[in-house]
Design a binder for this molecule. Structure first.
Ligand code: ADP
Ligand code: MG
Ligand code: ZN
Length: 211
């Protein structure tokens, strides 16, 4: 690590984990520190909804940093040339071209910090994040707090909606769950276990946990 830093070569840092695990907070923290170090910094996030153009990356705890919404990895490639540090949030919403782009950036001396979900709501690896993990020099996996029992959580539980892989919306549809509280969806991908114990204080009414 010290050699890379001293020689000012580029590298890739991945921050991964489930929803609410603090990926975006950690991304923002690293980008802020890079700014303190007087490095030139730019942040991108996928424009997953054409209807509004958010110009900030915002965490669930409401820390925020200015960012450019982009439609594709190629947009990042075109806009990153003059920056020393490039931050990218929500990596799972890009296609695998993002892997080529961040490799190129790192090869040309850029420090890339990229965060995203490592698994989807079924617990299945969420490309291209696994590919990015393999390309990265530094990988940080962060955990959330299980909404049901308070233990460290590494799974994203869908608590509503259907079987689509991408269903945007944080607290309406998702909770963080630990291994023992995670209830995988049924074979069709329909979420099970829709009770929100911490809020209702009631007992679990879900019956269809797959064993
Ligand atoms: P991510 O980008 O991984 O979804 P964020 O960085 O946006 O996560 O948000 C992390 C913040 O979310 C925490 O600092 C905390 O304030 C808040 N939060 C809400 N629910 C949870 C939870 N179940 N576990 C951990 N943090 C949570
Ligand atoms: Mg996030
Ligand atoms: Zn739990």
């Amino acid at each position: 690590m010290m050699n890379i830093l001293r020689d000012k070569k580029g590298w890739i840092e991945v921050i991964c984990g489930c929803m609410f695990s603090g990926k975006t907070e950690e991304l923002i923290r690293r980008l802020r520190r890079a700014k303190i170090a007087k490095l030139s910094v730019v942040a991108f996030k996928p424009q997953i909804d054409d209807r509004f153009h958010e110009t900030e990356v915002v965490s669930h705890s409401d820390t925020r940093i200015e960012s450019i919404p982009v439609k594709s990895a190629r947009d990042i490639e075109e806009m990153s040339a003059n920056y020393q540090v490039v931050g990218i949030d929500e990596a799972q919403f890009f296609d695998s071209d993002i892997v080529r782009v961040v490799k190129n950036l790192a090869a040309h001396g850029t420090r890339v910090v990229i965060s995203g979900l490592d698994t989807d709501y079924r617990g299945i690896p969420f490309e291209p994040v696994p590919q990015l993990i393999c390309e990265a020099e530094f990988v940080t996996k962060v955990m959330a707090v299980c909404h049901r029992c308070g233990a460290p959580a590494h799974r994203t539980q869908r608590i509503g909606g259907g079987a689509e892989r991408v269903l945007v919306g944080a607290t309406d549809y998702y909770e963080a769950r630990c291994r023992s509280c995670f209830e995988p969806p049924d074979d069709e991908g329909i979420p099970t276990g829709q009770t929100r114990l911490f809020e209702s204080g009631e007992t679990d009414t879900s019956t269809s946990k797959a064993e």
